[in-house]
Design a protein around this ligand. Structure first.
Ligand SMILES: NC(=O)c1ccc[n+]([C@@H]2O[C@H](COP(=O)([O-])OP(=O)(O)OC[C@H]3O[C@@H](n4cnc5c(N)ncnc54)[C@H](OP(=O)(O)O)[C@@H]3O)[C@@H](O)[C@H]2O)c1
Length: 321
């Protein structure tokens, strides 16, 4: 297993995504938008979940869209759900609503909604405890838009004037960088820790996500409601990656084969390989290092956390014991 690399910059600076890769990315995106419902016609909606009593799930961004659906369904299945959100008032209202709905359906199910609402990083300690004691999964909600993204190592945050920022460029870059970060995380967590990392494409889903994207994409989302997933449909691949054993086995297999790229699940719950650019390991190490530096983590943060050591970081003190 790789020790955590310490790269300060990618060696070869590729100025932009090749036009062929860019076209291929758009082609895949358009295909997904029009055919995702057809490709996933075998999937039940909602996705059936096994009883999850005794399992703790931390769901970020769970006050709307896909995250909301995921939190609701996990809680319904009996999981202890930690809602990591910025709008805690809205989260409390949601929990009350779910409790009332379930009470109306079945009084026995009522006790199953046991959500805890945390703001910002309060949930860090629970993340570690759960992951350390049991088989844990870190599921990142990604997007096929990563395939049109490009991480320019000379101008990572669009602040050097080399790249002009647009919301589309920012979004696709962030999704590509998310896979790249997870390529390293996947290799850095030792097999013995029994924690797997997976990225997931939820598909094109009717949510608020497009509010910051270009007008043309907002119009396309409004004009194509029949083709797009509902939030419940979009939650299926994420829940599948989070809960189903098949994905655990897949992650273990990739780890055993020393696979360099993070496992990826497509919107139809099948495994897939991310774009060629997402497999660039040199840039992946650069993204890892830049991220770790940004939050002020030491290079060996994963090892320290797994051994229960204390980590000082930029925004607050994270103490694990
Ligand atoms: N919808 C799609 O077609 C699609 C496709 C591929 C990937 N995704 C990904 O799926 C994930 C969920 O998106 P969604 O479609 O469900 O969109 P959404 O309805 O806009 O939900 C986004 C959630 O994230 C929270 N959030 C946004 N910015 C945040 C910030 N800076 N700090 C903390 N919380 C923040 C929001 O909280 P507030 O309620 O407080 O705003 C909201 O709960 C995103 O990662 C998105 O990129 C979506």
């Amino acid at each position: 297993m790789d020790s955590v690399p310490s790269f300060s910059a990618a060696k070869e600076e590729k100025p932009q995504l090749g036009w062929f890769e860019w076209l291929k990315g758009w082609y895949r995106l358009v295909l997904e938008t029009f055919f995702e419902k057809y490709w996933s016609r075998h999937l039940p909606n909602p996705l059936p979940l096994p009883p999850l009593n005794g399992i703790t799930s931390i769901v970020t961004g769970s006050t709307s869209g896909i995250g909301l659906e995921i939190a609701r369904q996990l809680a319904e299945a009996g999981a202890h759900v930690v809602m990591a959100v910025r709008n805690t008032e809205l989260a409390h209202k949601l929990v009350q609503k779910w409790q009332t709905e379930l009470q109306n359906i079945s009084s026995t199910k009522f006790t199953r909604i046991r959500s805890k609402i945390c703001k910002h990083m309060e949930f860090q300690k629970q993340t570690f405890e759960y992951s350390y004691q049991q088989r844990g999964r870190i599921v990142n909600v990604n997007s096929l838009m990563h395939a049109i993204g490009f991480v320019d190592t000379r101008d990572l945050n669009f602040d050097k004037g080399i790249n002009h920022f647009t919301s589309l460029r920012g979004y696709s870059r962030s999704k590509l960088a998310q896979i790249m970060f997870n390529n390293v995380l996947h290799r850095t967590i030792p097999k013995s820790a029994k924690i797997n990392v997976v990225c997931v494409d939820p598909g094109s889903v009717r949510t608020n996500v497009v509010r910051d994207l270009p007008r043309i994409i907002q119009i396309a989302f409004q004009a194509l409601p029949k083709f797009l997933y509902t939030a419940q449909e979009g939650s299926r691949s994420v829940l599948y990656a989070a809960v189903y054993n098949e994905i655990w086995e897949y992650c273990e297999k990739l780890k055993a084969e020393e696979w360099l790229v993070c496992p990826y699940v497509a919107c139809n719950c099948k495994t897939m390989i991310p774009s060629n650019e997402a497999q660039n390991l040199e840039v992946s190490r650069f993204v890892w290092k830049a991220t770790v530096d940004t939050v002020g983590f030491p290079n060996d943060a994963v090892d320290l956390l797994l051994s229960g050591k204390e980590i000082q970081w930029q925004y607050s003190d994270l103490v694990v014991n």
